[in-house]
Design a protein around this ligand. Structure first.
Ligand code: SF4
Ligand code: SF4
Length: 180
């Protein structure tokens, strides 16, 4: 299998960088705002100071496929997680990389099963900020599942130059990147 085919096979088994498991939002580049608006990306100011972007799960994701892949935004075009980087460098085989996405999918499914209608994984991570009320059993189990997913993604998917996902989501700066 050629490297691009291997990369496509890996990413189509995953979508963690698009479905809200790894990130809460994606920043848009100034020079592509018109194009993204024409593609109906739900752009809004996010973060502090506010920057223009869109929230995850990405509305352009269908299953595990990007529906605008050929014309995807710059932040997505430049992004590669640690697993994809390792595959490109040949430090892991495709089978080893697929084992990581299989584990991530299992943990993400367990976490997603606890969500109410309309809730997303980023919504739950934001609730990790200490709150006043004691947690119900269901809330505690939900946070445990989301944290377990986050810790696995930290260990296998986040590059060393990224901060820990849980800490980033708590302070609300969890963006897909890097962006120049
Ligand atoms: S998280 Fe990595 S392996 Fe998964 S879709 Fe994104 S780049 Fe591909
Ligand atoms: S535009 Fe495509 S690659 Fe970018 S976050 Fe959305 S689904 Fe993923």
């Amino acid at each position: 299998m050629s490297p691009p085919d291997a990369e496509a096979t890996l990413c189509l088994s995953c979508a963690m960088c698009c479905n809200g498991a790894l990130y809460a939002w994606v920043p848009a580049r100034e020079d592509e705002l018109d194009r993204l608006r024409a593609q109906d990306f739900p752009l809004e100011p996010i973060g502090e100071p506010p920057r223009t972007g869109w929230r995850q799960p990405c509305p352009k994701l269908q299953g595990t496929a990007c529906t605008v892949y050929q014309d995807r935004p710059a932040a997505c075009r430049k992004y590669a997680c640690q697993v994809l980087g390792d595959l490109r460098e040949g430090t892991v085989t495709l089978d080893e990389a697929l084992a990581a996405t299989a584990t991530a999918n299992g943990l993400a499914a367990a976490a997603t099963a606890t969500l109410d209608a309309g809730q997303s994984l980023p919504d739950i991570r934001r609730a990790f900020v200490p709150d006043a009320h004691p947690l119900s059993r269901a809330e505690a189990e939900q946070r445990l599942r989301v944290a377990t997913l986050g810790l696995f993604l930290d260990r296998r998917f986040r590059r060393p130059d990224e901060e820990g996902s849980l800490a980033m989501s708590v302070i609300g700066t969890e963006e897909k990147g890097p962006q120049e």
